[in-house]
Design a protein around this ligand. Structure first.
Ligand code: ATP
Ligand code: MG
Length: 379
């Protein structure tokens, strides 16, 4: 069987690696050159995109910002999973907010800004602490602006007046005072079955994910169930097939959806060693119509992103149950280079292992590691 993935970065690479033991071949599409490549070597396979679409049993995406004409072409084959509307809901914050409203899913209060004059209402409607997000093409905190007081708005007004807001509106969102950020990664099969992974707790720095811990500390059945219900409502309403990530803000017992990602997700990488089935294999299973795998936990996991540096000591894999996943990319500031999965039998033991890990990495590139190690060790 063959799966064609639009996008040829690390997510396609990890789908390729997860599918190989099942005898399933994954090819990737470089969406800039529209070339079919091997997801590992990134070398052209020599197969045309048209033939690759023909040969594929399923077509999917590793990110939501695939040019729309490519998605429309893929859709014509009737093999695109998730469907195009789901992908676009993840790619466009205006559609995403409409989806959340339609399903009565709690999310952050917001205004859609398609003209600078609408900025006049922002503070009165949302308060002084506001985050502005480009409705399309943002990721890892790019395409975002924050204000902490009304006086900061005038500088932004100038900046926003240079943007084509009618074409790409902004979402102005109330800054939430959440207790923590968590995410629910799950899958829905073609016959409507749903399998959710344990909630993961996500630590961000400058708008970018640095560390995930799963399951979250102090997880209750009620909270997991609430998140699973949100997942099922959204996935069912979109007739979604594949892995879907839902980013959430937890405030007490309440959950607010921040955004959704119609694909495998960085906050689900821990499933590679922390779960009976990884999110990558699960996605491949779902889009091919194979039975979903078990989401049973192997232990307590941490996923630590390696961002903007390659000078880690690879001997870190000597820490028991510690695994390195390297993407093979050139180093750039804020670029995700790889990740480290650490598994332990309890949160406290996981904290102790993260403390050990500190010895093997340049700490200035891991601003969340030590604090999280200390927090977990005490838990
Ligand atoms: P990703 O790479 O996850 O797609 P992104 O750049 O698309 O990120 P968001 O997830 O919307 O954008 O925002 C990035 C981070 O900014 C969030 O994880 C959260 O830490 C913070 N953030 C976003 N919206 C809010 C909000 N309304 N209130 C408080 N913090 C927020
Ligand atoms: Mg996000």
């Amino acid at each position: 069987m063959r799966v064609l993935v639009y996008g040829s970065g690390q997510l396609a690479q990890m789908m390729y690696l997860a599918a190989a033991p099942l005898g399933i071949i994954v090819s990737a599409v470089d969406v800039v050159t529209e070339t079919v490549v091997n997801p590992l070597s990134k070398k052209a396979t020599g197969v045309s995109l048209r033939d690759a679409i023909q040969e594929a049993n399923a077509i999917t995406v590793e990110f939501e910002h695939v040019p729309e004409h490519l998605l429309l072409d893929a859709q014509k084959s009737d093999k695109l999973y998730p469907n195009i509307a789901s992908i676009l809901a993840g790619a466009d914050r205006v559609r995403e907010k409409a989806l959340l409203s339609k399903n009565n899913i709690p999310n952050c209060d917001y205004l859609i800004i398609s003209h600078v004059d609408q900025l006049n209402d922002v503070v009165a409607r949302l308060g002084e602490k506001v985050i502005f997000k480009a409705s399309r093409d943002g990721y890892d905190g790019y395409g975002q602006w924050r204000i902490g007081s009304a006086s900061e708005l005038s500088a932004l007004r100038e900046e926003f007046s240079l943007l084509d807001l009618e074409k790409v509106p902004l979402i102005a969102e109330r800054m939430m005072q959440f207790d923590r950020e968590i995410s629910l990664v799950g899958a829905r099969s073609k016959d409507g079955q749903v399998a959710c992974f344990s909630l993961a707790e996500n630590l961000h720095h400058e708008g970018q994910l640095h560390v995930s811990v799963a399951p979250i500390t102090n997880l209750t059945d009620a909270l997991q169930q609430k998140a699973n219900d949100i997942f099922e409502t959204l996935a069912t309403s979109m007739d979604y097939v594949g892995v879907l990530a839902v980013e959430l803000f937890q405030c007490g017992d309440e959950l607010y959806v921040n955004e959704i990602a119609p694909r495998v997700h960085n906050s689900g990488h821990w499933t590679q060693q922390g779960c009976a089935t990884s999110q990558f294999e699960q996605h491949i299973r779902a889009v091919l119509g194979l039975p979903l795998g078990s989401t049973e936990l192997i232990g307590v996991s941490a996923m630590v992103n390696v961002i903007g540096c390659s000078t880690i000591n690879r001997d870190l894999i000597g820490i028991p149950n510690t695994h390195l996943h390297w993407y093979g990319k050139e180093v750039r500031i804020k670029r995700k280079m790889g990740h480290i999965n650490v598994i332990a039998s309890s949160h406290a033991k996981l904290g102790a292992k993260l403390k050990q890990l500190i010895e093997f990495v340049p700490v200035e590139h891991f601003p969340k590691l030590e604090g999280e190690a200390i927090r977990l060790e005490k838990s």
